[in-house]
Design a protein around this ligand. Structure first.
Ligand SMILES: NC(=O)c1ccc[n+]([C@@H]2O[C@H](COP(=O)([O-])OP(=O)(O)OC[C@H]3O[C@@H](n4cnc5c(N)ncnc54)[C@H](OP(=O)(O)O)[C@@H]3O)[C@@H](O)[C@H]2O)c1
Length: 224
């Protein structure tokens, strides 16, 4: 499989990339920092690193398509995050987070349609905070609501892409010990390790086609 993972220089995305590569798949790791992509872990023949910003979806999609004419699995994992009380939240916070977490997965998928086809899969990495009725936390109104929008958006894309044979789902993750988790919940312990969360995501991606489509699935054993 040709697998593209956005935001894979660290955290959950990196673990997905390493596990997919260890299974023999061709993996494209996308993130903004060229330095972070130079790490030894990525120096294996079936990992290709691409310096790209999902917020610049047109140029990022072009660079992906210059490398591959077919993408079997596109994982939208990169995300922006802000932890700020409602009273202090500014429009620019919302614009930054919604651009990365809502606009980018939508328009990057659209821009990559020429290389997505029957049998391809698009998977959004969302958050349990974006599920209606889940426990909510102070400071996360913009982040969690962006993931709520992402969830519904992927249900809609699943409807539109079904006829083309493209599998579309979102996984709404619970906590995992990454830099983003530390920023969200300083001093707290996460319920999972990124490598274990990645293992679930990798297994899900193998099993979803033909079985799961248009679903938003919580992957959580705790709050958060
Ligand atoms: N960790 C948790 O507890 C948790 C819980 C629920 C959901 N999630 C979701 O899981 C996903 C991964 O989170 P994480 O905790 O692993 O995050 P993380 O450790 O902060 O890693 C984020 C990754 O995304 C990249 N990135 C950020 N903005 C980007 C952009 N505009 N374009 C391209 N790459 C970008 C970062 O690299 P650069 O900075 O170099 O670009 C980095 O590789 C996110 O969608 C997050 O919302 C995480």
């Amino acid at each position: 499989m040709n697998v593209v993972i956005t935001g894979a220089s660290r955290g959950i995305g990196k673990e997905i990339a390493l596990q997919m590569a260890a299974l023999g798949h061709e993996v494209m790791v996308v993130s903004r920092s060229a330095k972070a992509l130079e790490q030894e872990d990525f120096k294996v023949p079936n990992i290709y690193t691409l310096v790209g910003d999902i917020n610049e979806w047109t140029s990022t999609a072009k660079a992906i398509m210059e490398h591959w004419s077919k993408v079997d699995l596109l994982i939208h994992n990169a995300a922006a995050f802000v932890n700020r009380p409602f009273r202090e939240m500014e429009l620019k916070d919302m614009e930054e987070v919604y651009r990365a977490n809502v606009y980018a997965p939508y328009f990057l998928t659209q821009a990559l349609l020429p290389v997505l086809g029957s049998g391809s899969q698009v998977l959004a990495i969302s958050s349990i905070g974006g599920i209606g009725g889940s426990l909510k936390f102070p400071g996360l109104s913009v982040y969690s609501s962006s993931k709520g929008a992402l969830n519904i958006m992927f249900e809609c894309l699943a409807t539109e892409l079904q006829e083309e044979g493209i599998t579309v789902n979102a996984l709404a993750l619970g906590s995992s010990a990454t830099e983003m988790f530390k920023a969200a919940f300083p001093g707290m312990e996460a319920a999972s390790r990124p490598e274990d969360m990645a293992k679930f995501i990798v297994n899900f991606a193998f099993q979803a086609p033909g079985m799961v489509h248009g679903k938003v699935i919580p992957v959580s054993s705790s709050n958060p």
